[in-house]
Every structure is written in structure tokens, then in C-alpha cells.
Design a protein around this ligand. Structure first.
Ligand SMILES: NC(=O)c1ccc[n+]([C@@H]2O[C@H](COP(=O)([O-])OP(=O)(O)OC[C@H]3O[C@@H](n4cnc5c(N)ncnc54)[C@H](O)[C@@H]3O)[C@@H](O)[C@H]2O)c1
Ligand SMILES: O=P(O)(O)OC[C@H](O)CO
Length: 344
């Protein structure tokens, strides 16, 4: 039995911690709110995020970070992207004080950090030096917390430059409904995960506006083309984007009412304001912040990302949805594939 600390008691952190407990591990779920820790401990539920889903009574819940991470062999970060740095900064002194204790670090967040444009693994690496750890693993792929809670068959990627660390994470999580594949393209996996959230906002918006299946398929397919274009420019393996953290996650996020990104887009399509949508969601909508980062990255790297750019204009420049759609359709004709895939 391994001691595992899961940091972040929202939808995803709670479900992953519960799954690991069901798998027989010694799991501590950490929340930054003492009140939430108390409620979860007494009710064995995380009602705000997961309704009446019952937690495994063996799952230990705490608001004390030292209790959660002390001697853990794995520390898993599952807070929103823009909170990862502050949580890593709280963890770092404990690891630095005991350099012989080298846990595997993992994260399951999907976004790019506001202000720095960094991927989540880069943020963690910046705060916690790799020599204090036994590797850093990204857990990603098509996976709604609500579906994992009901044991829907789910497949994910455990991506790391350390195959040994990826295999350890794979082994801890796998069971009869949860299957992980290892992958060494950390950059591609994180870019696929972050960028699909932006496209999913667009997919929800099309639904909200009443567009049909052809249009939704067009958006997801051409969305994948531009995700791949940016990822490959940054050095990702193009194959990653036809994998679980590419097309797989784009399908699940771009077509599901469980997706907070899709739901936000759907509400925008129905005429809601962004401020209202975010105020009513009560959970993170990663694509909103990531859209701004992607806008900057695409400009810096000279990568054409017309759909992500259109979504950025809607979110940050108040451009009307119908107008950005009309603008997209007025673009010059292009070849379907306009970038070199050098590694194939
Ligand atoms: N929900 C899913 O189905 C799912 C699936 C895969 C990946 N993810 C990713 O996992 C990450 C977390 O998503 P979620 O769905 O759990 O979000 P959520 O909104 O459901 O919960 C986020 C949790 O993080 C906590 N938090 C926020 N800021 C914090 C801080 N500074 N310090 C400590 N805790 C903080 C909140 O209190 C909340 O409990 C996101 O990047 C998301 O894209 C979510
Ligand atoms: O609810 P969303 O939009 O954050 O998506 C959740 C997961 O990332 C789907 O894989």
C-alpha cells in the first residue's frame, strides 16, 4: 500500500483520490478549506462538486498540508492551473527539508499559466527542483469526473520523461474501468489538454446558437488542426494529437454536457454574458484563461489559430459570436494540411 497525497478537493481531485482509495492505496485528500475538510469528513460526500456521490470511508481528508504529504510516495496536484504555483510553493519547503524523501510528483490540471505561458509541469519544475523528486507525471485524457464516479470505462495517458515514474502512476491507477497508457511526449500531452478547452468553448457556443452536426464536426476537426499546428511548432510529436490527450479529450470535452468549458460556450451561445456564466458555474472553466495565453503564444510563434483567435475575440473583446463565425467563413481557401510533419 502506498501513501498518496491528492492536493485539491474539487471534482477531479475528489474522484481521483476516491478511485485510488478503492484501489487499496492509503490516500489523503487535501483541501485548502478547513470547513470543506470538516464537511467531507462528516458527510463522506463532496456535494457542491459531485452531488450525492458517496466517498470511500477509508479516504482521509485534511486541510493540513503536512499531514497530507508527509512521507507520501506520490503527490498529485489537482487544482486549477492558475493555483498550481501557489500550492507547489507550499509543498516545496517540506521536500527541501528532507532531500532523501523523493516522491513522484504528478498533476492532472489542464491549462497554461496566466502571465508566464508555462505548461503546468514547467510551473511545478520551476518551483520544485527535479532533484527533490522521483519524476513528474502528467495525467491527462478524456475523463469527466462525473463519469469516473460511476465507473464508466475511462482511458488516460500518464506522460513523463521518466518512463519508470509513468509506469508507477499507471500501476497505481489501473483497475477494471480505469486504464492508463504511458507516453513520453509531456509537451504534446499538456498542449493537447490545455488547448482542447478553448475549442470546447467554441463547440458549446455552436450548440447554443443552434448549429447542426456538420458545423460541430467542422469546428472540432479544424480545431484539432490548429492545436496540432501550435503543438508541433513548439516541439510536440504530432502523433500525440491523435491520441487520448489530443482527439480523445477534444471529443469528450467538445461534445458533453458534463464539460464546464462546453457548458460555458453553450450559455454564451444562448446569449448569457461571460461574467454571468463564470459566476454561475461554481467550478473552474480553464479554457477562458487559456484562450488568452494561446492568443499570445500563437502571435509570438507566428502560428495561425483562427478558431482559438475567434474565441479569444468573443471572450476578451466582446466580439459577437455570429460575427466571428462569419469572419471565419470568409477566410481564403486553404489546403487541408498546411504544415510539415517532420517526425513521421
Ligand atoms: N472535473 C473534471 O472532470 C476534470 C477532468 C480532468 C482534468 N480536470 C482538470 O483538473 C483541474 C482541477 O479541476 P476540477 O474539475 O477539480 O476543478 P473544480 O473547480 O471542480 O475544483 C477546484 C478545486 O481547487 C481548489 N482550489 C482553487 N484554488 C486553490 C488554491 N489556490 N489552493 C488550493 N486549492 C485551490 C478549489 O477550492 C476546488 O476545490 C483543472 O485543471 C481541470 O481542467 C478536471
Ligand atoms: O469540464 P471540463 O470542460 O473542464 O473538462 C473536463 C475534462 O478535462 C474532460 O476530459
Amino acid at each position: 500500500m502506498s501513501k498518496i497525497a491528492v492536493l485539491g478537493a474539487g471534482s477531479w481531485g475528489t474522484v481521483l483520490a476516491n478511485l485510488l482509495t478503492d484501489n487499496g492505496q492509503n490516500v489523503y485528500l487535501w483541501t485548502h478549506s478547513a470547513d470543506q475538510a470538516q464537511t467531507l469528513t462528516t458527510t463522506h460526500m463532496n456535494e457542491h462538486y459531485l452531488g450525492d456521490f458517496k466517498l470511500n470511508p477509508d479516504l482521509q481528508i485534511t486541510a493540513n498540508l503536512e499531514t497530507a504529504i508527509g512521507d507520501a510516495s506520490v503527490i498529485l496536484f489537482v487544482v486549477p492551473t492558475n493555483a498550481v504555483r501557489s500550492v507547489a510553493e507550499q509543498v516545496q519547503p517540506f521536500l527541501a527539508a528532507q532531500p532523501s524523501w523523493r516522491p513522484i510528483l504528478a498533476h492532472a490540471a489542464k491549462g497554461l499559466e496566466k502571465g508566464t505561458e508555462l505548461r503546468v509541469s514547467q510551473v511545478i519544475d520551476e518551483v520544485i527542483k527535479p532533484e527533490l523528486t522521483s519524476g513528474l507525471v502528467v495525467i491527462s485524457g478524456p475523463s469527466h469526473a462525473e463519469d469516473v464516479a460511476t465507473h464508466d470505462i475511462t482511458t488516460l495517458t500518464a506522460a513523463s520523461t521518466s518512463l519508470a515514474a509513468a509506469k508507477s502512476i499507471q500501476k497505481l491507477f489501473m483497475n477494471d474501468y480505469f486504464r492508463l497508457y504511458t507516453n513520453q511526449d509531456v509537451l504534446g500531452v499538456e498542449m493537447g489538454a490545455a488547448l482542447k478547452n478553448v475549442i470546447a468553448i467554441g463547440a458549446g457556443a455552436l450548440h447554443g446558437l443552434g448549429y447542426g452536426d456538420n458545423t460541430k464536426a467542422a469546428l472540432l476537426t479544424r480545431g484539432l488542426a490548429e492545436i496540432t499546428r501550435l503543438g508541433v511548432k513548439m516541439g510536440a510529436d504530432p502523433l500525440t494529437f491523435i491520441g487520448l490527450s489530443g482527439v480523445g479529450d477534444l471529443i469528450v470535452t467538445g461534445t458533453s454536457v458534463h464539460s464546464r468549458n462546453w457548458r460555458a460556450g453553450n450559455a454564451l451561445g444562448q446569449g448569457e454574458t461571460l461574467a454571468n456564466v463564470l459566476a454561475n458555474m461554481g467550478m473552474v472553466v480553464e479554457g477562458v484563461s487559456t484562450a488568452k495565453v494561446v492568443h499570445g503564444l500563437a502571435a509570438e510563434l507566428g502560428v495561425e489559430m483562427p478558431i482559438s483567435d475567434a474565441i479569444y475575440r468573443v471572450l476578451y473583446e466582446d466580439a459577437p459570436l455570429k460575427q466571428v463565425i462569419a469572419d471565419l467563413m470568409k477566410r481564403d481557401g486553404k489546403p487541408e494540411f498546411d504544415f510539415e510533419i517532420e517526425t513521421l
